[in-house]
Design a protein around this ligand. Structure first.
Ligand SMILES: NC(=O)c1ccc[n+]([C@@H]2O[C@H](COP(=O)([O-])OP(=O)(O)OC[C@H]3O[C@@H](n4cnc5c(N)ncnc54)[C@H](O)[C@@H]3O)[C@@H](O)[C@H]2O)c1
Length: 322
């Protein structure tokens, strides 16, 4: 798809981060946007930011509350789009919504594990199922599924369990790669891409906490405090004498650093994604860290989960995660 003007794009998780920046850049190119999120306030801010630019006559930006892991909410989202965008077809589907967390079979609850998996994998699968008929009706269409570097490398470092997110992101990658042939056989005017970002500066750390805890609060709950302490111990910090308030402050600082100290902004990432769609590339690595990690995992797959692999990779690309 060479041009987005006059098209209709659906974005899941459009409230913040890369989803928000995709919405802004698509609107700037004259594309209608329908977004969903679990946060009404965040979507209102995305819409406001989109409207700061002078919109082309008749361009529509619609916001819809829907949890992508729940099929009936996605079906309602689809029906609202048909009505509010006055359409029976869409051209672009960005399955972008995602959360981290619930990473251990030992220390996370089963509910948290499955919530992460059902959002990151289920949301993509159900998103494609829900919108495929509307995509097929368009003259040309493109499905963009967001995986991660964790779609080919299942860790965020030797100190953390990361099973739910990694399993989901591997599934998104495998599904999208298999979809290439399914679409070629059955709907050749519909293309697809898998997006694999490295570290991108967004609020995913704090947003994930809000979604998984169900509190919508920036503060750790009583149940989360011991887990946050254990995380500190895992990265070599003695948390035994820290007060709860100090643990809260360290967690808030970690979320801030993830957003502010990343090698790439969400806006730059959205540009790479949209350029990849225009170039009809099926695999879109986002960031120099993602490209380098892809090379290194292919070069030495057997070493990929050794602590030394992580340390030398993090030093090479300047990752400061923790
Ligand atoms: N930030 C990174 O470093 C990074 C790296 C690799 C992959 N990713 C992936 O990129 C995608 C976008 O993440 P981001 O970094 O922009 O994060 P973000 O938290 O800024 O944005 C994600 C949005 O999805 C929404 N959301 C969460 N659960 C939802 C649900 N069940 N239904 C609907 N919306 C929901 C959140 O409210 C938020 O607005 C995610 O799939 C994430 O896993 C991010």
């Amino acid at each position: 798809m060479k041009d987005f003007a006059g098209k209709i794009a659906v974005i899941t998780g459009g409230g913040t981060g890369m989803g928000r920046e995709l919405a802004r850049q698509l609107v700037a190119e004259g594309c209608n946007v329908a977004m969903c999120d679990v946060s009404t306030d965040a979507m209102a801010e995305t819409k406001r930011l989109c409207e700061v630019e002078k919109l082309p006559q008749g361009l529509r930006i619609t916001t819809h509350v829907a949890d992508v892991s729940i099929e009936e909410q996605l079906l309602r989202f689809r029906d609202e789009i048909a009505e509010q965008q006055a359409t029976d077809r869409i051209h672009l589907l960005f399955n972008n919504a995602g959360v981290g967390g619930g990473g251990s079979l030992f220390t996370s609850s089963r509910e948290q594990w499955e919530k992460t998996f059902n959002i990151c994998w289920g949301g993509v699968y159900l998103g494609v199922r829900t919108f495929l008929p509307m995509l097929v009706k368009a003259d040309e269409a493109h499905i963009v599924n967001t995986s991660s570097v964790n779609g080919f490398w299942a860790t965020i470092g030797p100190g953390f369990s990361h099973t739910a997110y990694s399993a989901a992101k591997f599934a998104v990658k495998g599904f999208t790669e298999a979809l290439i042939t399914d679409l070629r056989l059955n709907a050749p005017h519909v293309k697809c891409s898998v997006v694999m970002p490295g570290h991108i500066g967004t609020s995913i750390v704090s947003n994930s906490r809000k979604v998984l805890s169900g509190t919508g609060s920036d503060r750790l709950t009583e149940a989360e405090l011991p887990l946050a302490r254990a995380r500190l111990v895992a990265i070599g910090i003695d948390a035994s004498n820290m007060s709860d308030e100090e643990v809260q402050a360290v967690a808030a600082e970690r979320a801030r650093r993830f957003r502010d100290d990343a090698p790439m902004t969400a806006a730059a990432a959205a540009k790479v994604i949209l350029d990849g769609v225009k170039a009809e590339r099926w695999r879109i690595l986002v960031g120099d860290d993602a490209k380098r990690l892809d090379e290194r995992v292919r070069q030495t797959p057997e070493q990929a989960y050794d602590p030394e692999f992580f340390q030398s990779f993090a030093a090479e690309v300047g990752w400061r995660l923790g």
